[in-house]
Design a protein around this ligand. Structure first.
Ligand code: SF4
Length: 204
C-alpha cells in the first residue's frame, strides 16, 4: 500500500537514517539491485551512452550505488577528520608523455604537478585541493594509495578514480580506519580520463 503523501521525516534523527544505511550496506543491498540496475540501464540506455556492454553497465551502476552509500555513511567522520589527503589519478593529466612536467617522487610515491598547463584538469584539481587544506597526491595506482595512507596519519581521504578502484579502496579504508569519500572519474580509461571539478568541489 502506498504511504500517505503527507509525512514528516524531521522527527527521525540522523542516527536512525545512519542505522538504516549501515544495515543496507552490511546486507549488501546494492548487490540485490541487480534486476533494478538492469532496468535502469535498459531504460536510460546507459550501456549505449557509456560504451559498455549490458553486464558492465549494470556493474557500474552497482558500484556507483555502493560507493555513494559508503560516502554517505562516512561523511560525518570524514568532515570531523583533522588531516585530509586528496588522491588524484595520474591518468587525468592533460599529457601523460614527456610534455607533462610533473616529477615522480618514488619515495612518497606521487607525481608533483609543475602547473605547466593552465587547462590541465589535474593542475586545477591540485589547486582546488590545496586551497581547501588537503595534502594532494597524483598517483599511478592503488598500491601507491596504500603506501601513502599507511605512512601518513590521515583521518580522511578523498579519492578520485574509476568505480573498480573506488570499490577496492573501501576495504583498505576500513582496514586502516580512515573515513573516505569517493569521486568517480567522469570518463575512464588508461589516459585522458576526466574528473568533474564540480563534483570534486562538492565533496572537498
Ligand atoms: S599541469 Fe601538471 S599534471 Fe598537467 S601536464 Fe603539467 S605538470 Fe603534468
Amino acid at each position: 500500500m502506498p504511504y500517505s503523501f503527507m509525512y514528516d521525516l524531521t522527527r527521525l534523527s540522523k542516527s536512525v537514517f545512519r542505522q538504516i544505511f549501515e544495515s543496507a550496506y552490511e546486507a549488501k543491498v546494492h548487490t540485490l539491485l541487480g534486476t533494478q540496475a538492469k532496468r535502469f540501464v535498459e531504460t536510460f540506455k546507459i550501456d549505449q551512452a557509456t560504451g559498455l556492454n549490458l553486464a558492465e553497465a549494470v556493474e557500474l551502476i552497482e558500484d556507483i550505488v555502493e560507493v555513494q552509500l559508503a560516502n554517505m555513511l562516512q561523511r560525518d567522520d570524514f568532515e570531523n577528520a583533522q588531516r585530509k589527503a586528496l588522491l588524484l589519478p595520474h591518468c587525468a593529466r592533460s599529457r601523460m608523455d614527456k610534455h607533462c612536467m610533473a616529477d615522480f617522487d618514488a619515495t612518497i610515491p606521487s607525481y608533483k604537478c609543475q602547473n605547466c598547463r593552465e587547462d590541465c584538469p589535474t593542475s586545477k584539481a591540485v589547486r582546488l585541493g590545496e586551497e581547501k587544506g588537503y595534502d594532494v597526491y597524483i598517483i599511478p595506482g592503488g598500491a601507491c594509495a596504500e603506501k601513502i595512507l599507511k605512512d601518513r596519519a590521515y583521518g580522511g581521504v578523498v579519492g578520485v578514480a574509476c568505480g573498480a578502484e573506488l570499490k577496492m579502496a573501501l576495504g583498505l579504508l576500513d582496514k586502516l580506519g580512515i573515513a573516505g569519500q569517493g569521486v568517480f572519474l567522469t570518463r575512464n580509461g588508461c589516459a585522458n580520463t576526466s574528473v568533474s571539478l564540480e563534483n570534486l568541489k562538492k565533496v572537498l
